[in-house]
Design a protein. Structure first.
Length: 426
């Protein structure tokens, strides 16, 4: 299924008058406060977030998986789904592939399909957290950190293969997330595991093309419950520094212990020019992989405030790889992703409303109340008409979920693909 601009334009007609009223009111009010509304709209349009290939189907929990009808079962169908998200939102212009779940059989055809839908190939993700069919060695006790050289070598080779696949598609970075760690005290020698990981990453780094980046993700626990080898940003940063200038830390919102100050983490990493990528999701307790912005929207805004500050003030930090990393267990995955994309844009737009100069002055004067007022005034602004205007400008939907339902996207996908399809992946 392909959503055309005409489909969306026709559906927009129903809400166009009301959108224009809300937008004009908001734009006037922002302009009178000194904001450059056109500049904000351009920034919103430029901000593209990658959709991971594994988020297009139902995820499941360790207790069960409830399939969602009409799921994409081939890479081609997954890209088709990202095309639908991008057509509606104009902010999902990239896909992040997971290897070996999504190895293309025909590179040229996949690239042409993605090009036609204006979708780029963002970071490629390796997988050494589960054993593949016919693999000689097992990752049961770790991959890049394993005590066995044969296992480490297999895991290194897999990452080199992933780079090779990504290179053929135009990707420019490899994301490594390891499940390596231990579930019981005494199981691992912390120092050996860390050093093995560092050495393995150095071997992978040596295989990076010149214009590529290595993004190292961290996570404090799960699937191992006593220790993980790369448990926090400090460990990731040490490993990145041990590799070289093209290695960076990747922050995943769900990969922190409760109440961690994630905005401070991203801020310091950007100061050091070492934040390479960011994974969006939301959580109440752990790595819950819930819809972005569904639980802690203010925390997301505070993080974006630091990201915006970093993007404007830290030229030493590269452009970031943005990706949604969530799982969908009870909602239509595409509707869930539309909600996430909206929440990301909303937090970004609000962060763009923070008057950094005024904030700086208030900080210098130690006017704590004013500092808080500046942030909260931006956060409390309803920016949704601004997001809709940015989408509208590029041919997207005023209300993506409403259009998705009005245009009967899921029903059409079920008709085309059948009911009981299963997306490859988890
Ligand atoms: Mn992640």
């Amino acid at each position: 299924m392909k959503l055309t601009e005409q489909h969306i334009e026709d559906d927009n007609k129903k809400s166009l008058a009301s959108q224009n009223n809300s937008y004009n009111f908001l734009a006037d009010s922002l302009t009178s406060k000194g904001h450059n509304v056109d500049a904000i709209l351009s920034k919103l349009s430029e901000f593209q977030v990658a959709v991971p290939s594994w988020a297009l189907g139902a995820g499941g929990t360790r207790f069960g998986r409830f399939s969602f009808y009409g799921e994409p079962s081939t890479l081609q169908e997954k890209i088709e789904d990202v095309g639908i998200l991008h057509a509606l939102t104009q902010t999902a212009g990239a896909v992040s592939l997971h290897i070996p779940w999504d190895i293309p059989t025909d590179y040229k055809a996949i690239k042409e399909q993605a090009d036609a839908l204006h979708i780029k190939f963002d970071s490629v993700n390796s997988n050494t957290f589960q054993d593949q069919k016919n693999a000689k060695e097992s990752y049961k006790f770790g991959s890049l950190s394993n005590t066995s050289k044969a296992v480490r070598d297999q895991a290194i080779q897999h990452n080199l293969d992933v780079i090779n696949i990504g290179d053929k598609l135009g990707s420019k970075s490899l994301t490594v997330w390891l499940a390596d760690g231990s579930s019981f005290p005494g199981q691992n020698n912390f120092q050996t595991a860390f050093q093995n990981t560092q050495n393995s990453l150095i071997d992978i780094y040596a295989g990076l093309p010149e214009d590529w980046k290595l993004l190292i993700e961290y996570k404090p626990y799960e699937p191992n419950f006593y220790s993980t080898v790369i448990q926090d940003w400090g460990a990731s940063l040490m490993l990145a520094n041990g590799c070289g200038d093209k290695a960076f830390t990747l922050v995943d919102l769900g990969h922190h212990l409760p109440n961690s100050n994630i905005e401070q983490i991203v801020s310091i990493l950007m100061l050091k020019g070492k934040l390479g990528g960011f994974h969006f999701n939301d959580s109440k307790y752990g790595d819950d992989d819930l819809t972005v912005g569904s639980i802690k929207p203010y925390a997301l805004f505070l993080i974006f405030n630091e990201l915006v500050y970093g993007m404007e003030s830290n030229p030493q930090n590269p452009d970031l790889a943005w990706m949604i990393d969530a799982s969908h267990n009870i909602k239509d995955p595409l509707e869930d992703l539309l909600q996430s994309l909206e929440a990301i844009q909303e937090a970004y737009a609000k962060a763009l409303l923070v008057d950094q100069k005024e904030l700086r002055t208030a900080q210098l004067e130690n006017d704590v109340t004013k500092c808080q007022e500046i942030l909260q005034n931006a956060f409390r602004t309803d920016v949704r008409p601004l997001l809709a205007a940015a989408r509208l400008k590029n041919g997207g939907a005023i209300n993506p979920i409403q259009s998705y339902r009005n245009l009967a996207v899921r029903e059409t996908l079920i008709k085309e693909r059948g009911k009981h399809t299963i997306a490859t992946g988890l």
